[in-house]
Each structure stands twice: as structure tokens, then as C-alpha cells.
Design a protein around this ligand. Structure first.
Ligand code: ZN
Length: 305
């Protein structure tokens, strides 16, 4: 099967990161960045650990950052074979607002493919970036009205993720040949040769950047490390098509897992980056009303006991 046989992947669905102190994590994402806590549940693979989901008002695909806080977790070390940065879109005219707001965190400022980028570390050292781009004005996210960030400066969902890799060709094979991304741009920056791949969706979470760093060490997993990046697919049928084609291409994807709010398959590309393909449906309002999102600990039926 070739990618022409089914609908290309739209872009980013969510990103999952390991954290340490839960309260610092909550404060940073809700109070500093103005993201809404849309769901509090437990790690379905390790039910003694919380799982926080942050996003826009309803937790739309392309806005969701999830964290597993392990209070005493040792810090990870960034390296090849993992996603090292998560970037949000922000309105271009909000650059001064965010420079001031983030000032004490000393964000690093750079220009990437023509857009200004502010990069800072979250409390566990995860690189969080704000990209001031055209999508930051039009991205159709549902702004959280109770956010401490004024609506006109609100972050507009994900812009991109950056993965560090030994070899970009392997990422290209996966994203372009298997999943229907297109190669959008290339430039050299301080980290290495950056190649941008673009999903087929619109406005939110369109880009995966691979930075080639041959000869550099692999990352070591710990607090602050991105565990995986999830890409969006519309429904179970599309996901089945990917499951079959990725199996045929030797990516050895897992069987479909029920994550309650979406259905998922997982696989690694040859550099070691862990990808997931998650369905847009059923979404976070599946077991709570939109007004109530994030206010109660929600457990899947199989853990209620
Ligand atoms: Zn996931």
C-alpha cells in the first residue's frame, strides 16, 4: 500500500512528556502559559501516577500537551532519537507581551524559517517554544476564557515539534513516504541542519522538524524528556489503514490501544523517535461536560474499582 491509498496525516495530535513535581507543572502550563487543564487522570499503563492534559478550552487535537509527573524523577538529558522541543503558535503582535511575561525565565530568541522564536525551559527543563507566525492569528482554537493570559495574546495550539536525529532520511521515509507529509523547508541553525515536514491539516500543529546531528549521543530519558509525539488521524478506519501499511513497512506498530479519549497505535522510526497515531474522536468531552473539564480525577471504567 502506498500513501496515495489513504488520507494523509493532518499533523500533531498531542505530545507526552515526563515531569517531576505536579504542582510546579500545573502552575507553569496553566498560570504562565495560560493553557487549560482539560483532564486529570492516571497513567493507563501505571495507575499510581497522575496524567495531566493541557490544551485549549476543549482540548482539541493539535493543542494537547500531556505530562506524567513523577515527584522524584531524575532529569533526562537531551539527545538524538527524541523530540526535544514543543512549539506553540503565538500571534505576531504578541511578541512584546510574551517577552515581558517570560522575562524572568530568560527565553532565548532566534529566527527560524523567518519567524521569531522564544525558547524557554519548563520547570523540568523541557524546551517550550513560542513561534510568532501567521497561524498565530488565524488558528481556530477555542480560547479558554478563564486563562490568566488575555485572549488576544493566547497561544494558538501547537506550531511544531523538533526532533534531534542521527539521520533525517529515516524521518523523511516515515513522514513523507508513509504518512503523507510534505517536505516544506530546510535551513542550517545552531543545532544542525533542520528539515521541516508539513502535515495535510490546516492552522494547528502542522509541522515536524528534524534536526540532523550525526555523531551526537542519544538522549537519556527522565524528567523533562518528551516520551512521544502523537500525530492525528480522523477515525478508526484511517488508523487501521496506517496500522496495516506501517506493519508492511516493518515499523512494527502496536495493536490499537484504547486511551479513552482517543485510540492509539505506537511505533519507533529508525533514529528511535517514538511516534503515536491517535484518532480525533471521541475527544475529552467524552466523560465530562466542557465546563467541567479537568475539575475531577477521571478514571477509565476499568480502574474505577
Ligand atoms: Zn500519547
Amino acid at each position: 500500500m502506498t500513501s496515495a491509498d489513504f488520507t494523509p496525516v493532518q499533523g500533531l495530535h498531542h505530545l507526552t512528556v515526563m515531569a517531576s513535581d505536579p504542582q510546579r507543572n500545573l502552575d507553569f502550563y496553566t498560570q504562565m502559559l495560560g493553557q487549560r487543564l482539560v483532564k486529570v487522570t492516571v497513567n493507563f499503563d501505571d495507575p499510581g501516577t497522575y496524567h495531566f492534559y493541557y490544551g485549549d478550552l476543549t482540548g482539541k487535537p493539535g493543542t494537547i500537551m500531556t505530562h506524567f509527573p513523577w515527584p522524584d524523577a531524575k532529569r533526562g538529558v537531551r539527545g538524538n532519537g527524541e523530540v526535544v522541543a514543543a512549539a506553540y503558535s503565538a500571534p505576531k503582535q504578541s511578541l512584546e507581551f510574551w517577552r515581558k511575561r517570560l522575562g524572568e525565565l530568560s527565553p532565548q530568541e532566534s529566527v527560524r524559517f523567518g519567524d521569531t522564536v522564544l525558547r524557554l525551559e519548563d520547570p523540568d527543563g523541557t524546551w517550550v517554544e513560542l513561534v510568532f507566525d501567521a497561524e498565530g492569528e488565524v488558528s481556530p482554537v477555542d480560547i479558554w476564557p478563564d486563562s490568566p493570559v488575555p485572549a488576544k495574546h493566547a497561544l494558538r495550539g501547537f506550531h511544531s515539534v523538533t526532533a534531534w536525529v542521527r539521520e533525517t532520511a529515516a524521518v523523511r521515509d516515515l513522514l513523507v513516504s508513509q504518512l503523507g507529509f510534505s517536505e516544506a523547508a530546510q535551513e542550517a541553525d545552531a543545532e544542525g541542519q533542520r528539515t521541516r515536514f508539513m502535515g495535510s491539516g490546516q492552522h494547528v500543529g502542522l509541522y515536524v522538524d528534524a534536526v540532523e546531528r550525526p555523531g551526537q549521543p542519544r538522549g537519556s530519558f527522565g524528567a523533562g524528556s518528551v516520551h512521544h509525539v502523537a500525530l492525528r488521524t480522523r477515525d478508526d478506519a484511517e488508523q487501521q489503514a496506517y496500522l496495516q501499511s506501517l506493519t508492511a513497512a516493518d515499523y512494527a506498530p502496536t495493536p490499537v490501544q484504547d486511551r479513552q479519549y482517543f485510540h492509539s497505535i505506537y511505533f519507533r522510526e529508525p533514529n528511535g523517535v517514538l511516534f503515536e497515531i491517535a484518532t480525533d474522536a471521541p475527544g475529552f468531552a467524552d466523560d465530562e461536560a466542557v465546563d467541567e473539564l479537568g475539575k475531577h480525577l477521571k478514571l477509565p471504567q476499568w480502574y474505577e474499582a
